[in-house]
Design a protein around this ligand. Structure first.
Ligand code: R5P
Length: 291
């Protein structure tokens, strides 16, 4: 097996190559003056099972095109099989029709990747696991939540309260609880499908005097975490942290979260940023060794 270092995740790809001992294939990438993407595999992939590591956080569309082009280039150069490792899978939140006239975007993305040459896909904490069952090739999701929780243990924080900002993500809080050894709970979140505005409430939650870590799959605008932090402050939590797998941190999200009293934002290298304090490399390396 060889690891293709997608331009959006070259550093992560290097780490995966080191941990697995798989030879790496560098990629030359550029954007033409009109914005079109260009990639070239700088290694021989003939007869190889190729692992293309490429996240698809912003700019999502060009990163998806790069991924499709790398998969197609691998097949064109006679790779035996292409496994796409896509730590952050763009468009996964549009996994069903919410309003009439919409598209199931993630389904279209999967078909596009399949047509390009992707034979299987590994992602991390996809928004809804069931989405992957509709893909035209085998696809699985890994969970980085234990690694994130372990970060806080290493920091000396034990028995923290693991909170998910909505009921649907309670499984995330429970995974964190297994590592942290404290309590777990969730808020209730409602979203207006037209405006995108969310509101949160706490029912039967008591975190007075506790250290609380808000776990989520994604932080985008930060609105969810800011809303949760406000409730926790009102309840008298002693310390509030947040950890998420995909820290998109759009616009001034980081500042708004810190201003809301959150002491630290911890993310992974699925989205490279200064919040990327936990690497996904060991998790992905294990999954690749098991293929
Ligand atoms: C939504 O259900 C996700 O799990 C996240 O809670 C959401 O994407 C976060 O978005 P934002 O940071 O914009 O509130």
């Amino acid at each position: 097996m060889k690891v293709v270092l997608g331009p959006a995740s070259a550093e992560l790809g290097e780490k995966i190559s080191q941990l697995t001992g798989m030879e790496k294939v560098p990629v030359a990438a550029k954007a033409f003056p009109d914005g079109e993407s260009y990639v070239r595999l700088e290694g021989n992939v003939q007869g190889e099972h190729v692992v293309v590591v490429q996240t698809t956080c912003a700019p999502q569309d060009s990163r998806l095109m790069q991924l499709a082009f790398m998969a197609a280039a691998a097949k064109r150069n006679n790779a035996k099989k292409v496994t796409a490792v896509v730590p952050y899978l763009a468009y996964a939140r549009q996994d069903k029709i919410f309003l009439q006239g919409e598209n199931v975007s993630i389904e279209t993305v999967a078909r596009m990747l399949n047509a390009a040459g992707v034979d299987e896909l590994i992602t991390v904490n996809v928004h809804q696991e069931k989405t992957l069952k509709q893909f035209p090739f085998p696809a699985k999701t890994l969970s980085a939540i234990p690694l994130l929780a372990e970060y806080f243990i290493q920091k000396g924080i034990k028995k923290a309260f693991a909170l998910s900002p909505d009921k649907g993500a309670m499984y995330i809080a429970q995974q964190a609880q297994q590592v942290l050894g404290g309590e777990a709970g969730h808020l209730e979140k409602q979203r207006d499908r037209y405006t995108g505005q969310t509101s949160q409430t706490a029912q039967g939650l008591n975190v007075k005097g506790q250290t609380v870590i808000i776990f989520d799959d994604i932080i985008s605008t930060g609105g969810t975490i800011v809303g949760a932090a406000k409730i926790l402050r009102e309840q008298g939590a002693a310390h509030v942290y947040t950890a998420c797998v995909h820290a998109l941190l759009i616009g001034d999200a980081e500042k708004r979260i810190l201003d809301a009293g959150v002491e630290e934002i911890v993310g992974t290298d699925s989205v490279p940023s200064k919040a990327s304090k936990v690497s996904l490399a060991p998790l992905i390396a294990e999954a690749l060794k098991a293929l």
